[in-house]
Design a protein around this ligand. Structure first.
Ligand code: B12
Length: 493
């Protein structure tokens, strides 16, 4: 059996980092971990190949080779997924689809032969058994959340690692919180299910043995969802693992209560974590109450962010506009918050209601749901009828993005962050490609760019005030270029 695993293309979005990746000559941020995990669950006698359309072309020859095409994706990859399934159909290749896009909205994909939805640990074995007997059904689904201690090591060898900026690894699935707009709990449940530390070390060793020396993203919904397990098992194992590795930086997603646990922060830094993404959402307490983001309430959120930064963890943040409690003052308050906190990578989106969330159900009851979500939460679109006038909301949203990603305020925020940030102990050694990226940035951002004065000011300031953070300053200048391009493309055009 020839199985072709296909990952559809991401559009040019905030998280695609397309305009930044060019500087380091990489094609995509990370390989499709879901497909590589599924590949490891397929029968060993099957021949498997991966085509990630973000890094390579899907040719007719590839499709002619395949007996089955196995497609994954997120909602944001919908268009590309539709095109790929049509191409498969034209060439009579059977299509099996799974992953978050299909789990959320499989009904729209008429050309797919089999949907293997939810977590493949549960749904793939019955599909494979039925397939062998020649009676595979169209849809396999479950409400069960599997024990991921049995999940096999992903088949990274199927991916061309050199084309990616980062690798992904997953320790846990699920999140203990109950935010109204988030579909993580619908997809993965409330109780964080963890792998064992030995599984993670085996996965890291697998990547290391394949020659990977760059950053690794722990793609957990909330890495600190089970703190006890983290402190007693995973982090000690990671600290030990890093000892003879010469620096593999990690990043992940956590909740803001990380700031309350000094010991946990210190251990994470020692283990090699240098960046965490946190859902901050809003500085407005009423809106936090509205969306049940209780873990963010009754805190000095700016101070929490700074405490995390001072320990040596860069904070990236998610922000949402359009809660029922938002009044037009929210726009300036969000700007002030973002600028003051020094959150350089600030993902600001309009509130959207993905299917499966409590928000979706509430707005449906209230008759306030419009269309499906675009899947890109930084494109200024929404599928809800907000309480605030939509034009006011959109205009305020555009103002926020225009402000925080204008060269002046963006570079100023980078400085605010660099002032606070404690340089991490574990850094990836600078490779030749990163040195070249610096020279490319000089040409592109220091000579050709309208904002070149800000670029040079930042580099000189960093050189004199925070020299250890110079490479990071260059990285941020490059990110800023990407964010400006994306904002101009989608929102500010
Ligand atoms: C890593 C990640 C990313 C990376 C993607 C890197 C990459 N190349 O894949 C980055 C940072 C780029 C990213 C961006 C975004 N992401 Co994202 N991301 C994740 C995250 C945290 C982990 C994904 C992962 O690797 N999981 C580990 C693997 C093992 O799990 P899996 O992919 O789900 O695969 C399992 C099953 O789904 C199934 N399966 C998967 N594929 C297939 C295929 C077949 C054939 C079969 C049978 C089974 C199967 O089997 C696997 C094993 O159980 C998830 C949350 C999550 N917990 O999954 C969100 C998630 C996938 N992202 C999401 C979203 C919305 C986004 C963004 C729009 C913004 C945002 N909120 O983060 C952007 C859009 C992307 C863009 N470029 O514009 C949503 C998707 C919702 C949806 N229904 O599509 C999720 C679920 C998080 C959420 N609740 O918001 N993301």
């Amino acid at each position: 059996m020839n199985a072709l695993l296909i990952y559809p293309e991401f559009p040019d979005t905030f998280w695609s980092f397309k305009h930044a990746l060019k500087f380091i000559r990489k094609r995509a941020s990370s390989p499709p971990l879901g497909l590589l995990t599924v590949a490891a669950m397929l029968p060993p006698e099957w021949t498997k190949r991966l085509i990630d359309v973000n890094v390579t072309k899907l040719t007719e020859k590839d499709l002619a080779w395949a007996d089955y095409a196995l497609i994954s994706g997120m909602v944001v990859q919908r268009e590309s997924a539709l095109q790929i399934t049509s191409r498969c159909k034209e060439l009579d290749v059977k299509v099996v689809a799974g992953g978050p896009l299909f789990t959320s909205e499989y009904e729209q994909f008429e050309e797919v032969d089999h949907f293997v939805l939810n977590e493949a640990e549960v749904t793939l074995p019955p599909f494979l058994a039925d397939l062998e007997q020649g009676r595979a059904k169209r849809v396999y689904t479950t409400s069960e959340f599997p024990d991921i201690q049995k999940t096999p090591v992903p088949l990274w060898e199927l991916a061309d690692l050199d084309r990616y900026a980062s690798m992904s690894i997953q320790f846990s699935r699920g999140c203990p919180y109950n935010c109204e707009f988030c579909n993580v709990t619908a997809l993965f449940g409330h109780r964080p299910r963890t792998k064992t530390a030995q599984q993670i070390i085996a996965e890291l060793n697998g990547l290391y043995d394949l020659g990977w020396r760059g950053p690794v993203f722990f793609v957990d919904d909330n890495l600190i969802g089970n703190k006890r397990c983290l402190k007693n098992e995973l982090l000690p194992a990671l600290i030990e693992w890093q000892k003879d590795k010469g620096g593999i930086p990690f990043n992940t997603e956590v909740s803001i209560n990380l700031a309350d646990d000094e010991e946990l922060m210190q251990m994470m830094v020692e283990a090699g974590f240098d960046t965490v993404f946190i859902g901050i959402e809003t500085p407005d307490e009423d809106s936090l109450t509205e969306c049940s983001k209780n873990q963010n309430k009754n805190r000095d959120l700016v101070e929490d962010v700074k405490r995390i930064q001072r320990t040596g963890l860069q904070v990236q943040g998610g922000f949402i506009i359009g809660f029922d409690h938002d009044t037009p003052s929210i726009f300036q308050r969000q700007i002030d918050f973002i600028q003051k906190s020094g959150i350089v990578t600030a993902m600001v989106g309009l509130l959207q209601a993905p299917p499966g969330t409590r928000l979706y159900e509430r707005l449906k009851r209230e008759g306030r749901l419009l269309d499906r979500i675009s899947g890109d939460n930084v494109d200024g679109t929404t599928n809800i009828i907000p309480k605030m006038n939509l034009d006011t909301l959109r205009e305020g949203y555009e103002n926020i993005l225009g402000h925080i990603y204008s060269p002046e305020h963006y570079y100023e925020r980078v400085k605010t962050f660099l002032r606070e940030y404690k340089p991490p102990k574990i850094k990836a050694p600078l490779d030749f490609e990163h040195v070249l990226a610096f020279f490319r940035s000089i040409y592109r951002l220091g000579i050709m760019d309208k904002a070149r004065v800000h670029y040079w000011k930042l580099l000189l300031w960093t050189l004199f005030r925070r020299p250890a953070l110079f490479p990071l300053a260059v990285t941020f200048a490059i990110y800023g270029h990407h964010f400006r391009q994306v904002c101009e493309l989608h929102v500010l055009s």
